[in-house]
Design a protein around this ligand. Structure first.
Ligand code: SAM
Length: 305
């Protein structure tokens, strides 16, 4: 309910949001998070990566950085108590929230109905393990926005990019170290398997850091935002390319000739295939771009063997 003295925030189609005297515009601040957690008798677990956002400015920043269009069909992985969900609803056509914890999944529609009733019909909740979801009800998702559970952030992200090609953009909040890895360029220290695999699907860039105090409970690691914009993958087969990537980084200190010996059948066969792809066999995996790996995977295993 808009209060006197503050203009009501409005959604992408002008539908009014609740404006509150504490400046949270219906978003969940520390007191609301505490009270919801008490109501549900919720003890956040590390296993499920349950660190909830309770800072309205951070939520607004995440939503702004996601650069959503009014017709976007958003999927949010792990909505938790609804902090980010409430920020996303005004900015998109719909939000499908996928939550593994049934208590949180059941509460979410109630929280949205209470705090932003005019937008409640935009929300769908799916109670499931996001790593196992292969289809969603309704229109195909066009954007993924999430404060991801940190222990499974990379596999979840890669799973959704693979399974839902309709996802055009993603904005994810992850552990800072993971943000650095995801967005790392070939040759840099942080470059590794997550960097190459994410680059198969998208242009990936860092989109700023997020401090610890905006979460409850306060995590013992820093966090960072990563924005992904889908692009055409390099020519070649994804599975074959990812197998070469996994092999190349399994023994990081070795040159590619030795590291890819098992993958190719022998170090000599690896050398033949590396040369066929125009890659120096003495290099290490860190130097190869995703296009290099795709070219390598496409070389002829029979001719090399
Ligand atoms: N989005 C909320 C926020 O920003 O406050 C919560 C984010 S919290 C870092 C991660 C959320 O993901 C939790 O709600 C947790 O229960 C949920 N979660 C953990 N593992 C999951 C999985 N495999 N599938 C779906 N949700 C999961």
């Amino acid at each position: 309910m808009p209060r006197r003295g503050r203009p009501a925030a409005s959604g992408s189609d002008g539908r009014a949001l609740s404006a509150t005297p504490d400046g949270t515009d219906g978003l969940l601040g520390p007191a609301a998070i505490r009270s919801l957690a008490q109501q549900l008798d919720l003890r956040p677990t590390k296993q499920l990566g349950q660190n909830f956002l309770h800072d309205a400015n951070t939520i607004r920043r995440i939503v702004r950085t996601a650069e959503l269009r009014a017709d976007d069909v958003v999927v949010e992985i792990g909505p938790g108590l609804g902090s980010l969900t409430l920020g996303l609803l005004p900015a998109a056509a719909s939000v499908t929230a996928v939550e593994i914890d049934p208590r949180l999944a059941e509460q979410l529609p109630r929280t949205v109905a209470e705090r932003t009733p005019a937008l409640a019909d935009r929300l769908s909740v799916v109670t499931a393990d996001a790593l196992r979801v292969t289809e969603l009800p309704g229109a195909a998702p066009t954007a993924l926005v999430a404060n991801l559970p940190y222990n499974i952030s990379v596999p979840v992200l890669l799973h959704w990019l693979e399974r839902f090609p309709s996802i055009r953009t993603a904005l994810v909040l992850v552990q800072l170290e993971v943000a650095e890895r995801l967005a790392a360029a070939p040759g840099s220290d942080a470059y590794g398997v997550p960097s190459v695999k994410a680059a198969w699907y998208a242009d990936v860039r860092r989109a700023g850091g997020v401090g610890r105090p905006v979460f409850w409970p306060v995590p013992n690691v820093d966090s960072g935002l990563v924005r992904l914009t889908r692009r055409e993958p390099p020519p070649g087969d994804r599975r074959a390319t990812f197998a070469a990537v996994d092999a190349a980084f399994a023994t990081r200190r070795k040159g590619l000739r030795a590291a890819l010996g098992g993958w190719a059948g022998s170090p000599a066969a690896a050398e033949t295939r590396l040369r066929a792809a125009g890659i120096d066999p003495t290099w290490r995996g860190e130097r190869l771009s995703v296009a290099d790996f795709a070219r390598l995977a496409a070389t002829d295993a029979v001719a090399a063997g």
